[in-house]
Ligand binder design. Structure first.
Ligand code: TRP
Length: 368
């Protein structure tokens, strides 16, 4: 959920060849999920820094729900410790964590099938950071494109030790439960590579408990084919720009925001993301929420202009999100339930993290 503007730069630093390889591999993994999801454990997560919006929904949440429903064992970390990598304090962290839980449940993550937990409540996960940090060099961390981009996004702030090492913390998020699949955007490929390096080096340096297999798997990326939804001004969707539609917003506020959306002076509506990003993004929002083809929608509006387009976006978005919003409102009224879901998830995460840490200490000879 970080509001980075460095996606392009990161994409550029990932070589085309490795991107192609990851894409091909993602297609194989999708095929495998269709046949037999039982060998797959997926982990993803978000920083609790604000409310989730429809960009998150179409970019990642919907995909998580799909994978969960396909039978993939799913873990979702609410990365509360990651919030303080580049801020002075954690902010209204409790509200934000519970609000994320509400968002997750409202979009269809099911606590009976998906473990929802937060960093700060799972000590053994965080302790993995110690041996893991022994496996990486400071030069390696300084070159990490994700760290570089974060640093640029935070302006002139000094680089905190936590920001420098956060890819390793993220490796602990993935490896504590031995996840072998992480759905990501292509900008996140470098930190998955870092996770694989940590797993491999742990095996080389500290060894195994079971001689037949390494303690940690090689986690792979699942590159999403999700559409990239822009904000209502045609720029990256981000809270600070006020161009979002949050999952929790009501139909009226949604209508007002869409009314103010940026369009262009050409009355004839077309779907042309390269030359008309703002208008095409609105067309795309109809396509995603009405499950229709964007070209057909644009052709249908034709000379109807931006007014017709916006009316359609408003109706379609509000209709699509109505049940999600109703569920979210109901959940927000029941913080006790949200807390219980999180506590149950944390109990499961702790059980798994403790078992993994036991193996790690055994491999390292630290058993007393
Ligand atoms: N860094 C991710 C974000 O900002 C959140 C996150 C934390 C995460 N740990 C993770 C994502 C592990 C994938 C895997 O959204």
């Amino acid at each position: 959920m970080s509001d980075l503007d460095a996606g392009d730069q990161l994409a550029a630093s990932t070589s085309t060849a490795s991107l192609r390889r990851a894409e091909a591999r993602s297609r194989e993994i999708e095929a495998q999920i269709g046949k037999d999801p039982s060998q797959i454990r997926m982990l993803t997560g978000d920083r609790p820094t604000g409310n989730l919006h429809i960009g998150h929904y179409f970019g990642s949440l919907a995909n998580r729900v799909r994978l969960q429903n396909d039978g993939v064992e799913t873990f979702v970390v609410i990365a509360d410790y990651q919030v303080i990598t580049d801020r002075d304090d954690a902010g209204p962290i409790r509200e934000r964590v519970l609000s994320l839980v509400a968002d997750y449940l409202a979009v269809g993550l099911d606590p009976a099938r998906t473990v929802i937990f937060n960093h700060s409540q799972v000590p053994a996960l965080n302790q993995l950071l110690l041996p893991f940090l022994s496996l990486v060099t400071d030069a390696e961390l300084r070159r990490n494109p994700t760290v570089k981009a974060e640093l640029e996004a935070t302006g002139d702030r000094a680089l905190s030790g936590l920001l420098l090492t956060y890819p390793v913390h993220q490796a602990a998020d993935i490896l504590f439960c031995k996840a072998n699949l992480v759905p990501v955007g292509k900008d996140q490929l470098p930190h998955l590579e870092q996770t694989r390096v940590v797993a491999r080096r742990f095996d080389e340096r500290y060894g195994r408990v079971d001689p037949a297999r390494p303690i940690f798997p090689q986690a792979e990326a699942l590159l999403s084919q999700a559409s990239h939804v822009l904000g209502l001004d045609g720029q990256k969707m981000s809270k600070s720009r006020g161009n979002t539609i949050e999952l929790g917003m009501d139909a009226d506020i949604t209508a007002k925001r869409i009314k103010k959306a940026v369009t262009d002076s050409d009355r004839n509506i077309t779907f042309d993301p390269v030359n008309r990003p703002a208008v095409s993004n609105l067309v795309m929002l109809v396509a995603l929420t009405a499950k229709r083809n964007p070209e057909a929608i644009a052709a249908e509006i034709g000379d109807g202009g931006a007014g017709t387009l916006k009316k359609l976006v408003t109706e379609s978005v509000n209709e699509y999100f109505a049940p999600i919003r109703a569920k979210r409102a109901e959940l927000a009224n029941d913080p006790g339930y949200l807390l219980q879901v999180l506590r149950d998830g944390n109990a499961k995460a702790n059980e798994i993290a403790n078992a993994t840490l036991d193996e790690v200490r055994a491999a390292m000879g630290m058993v007393f």
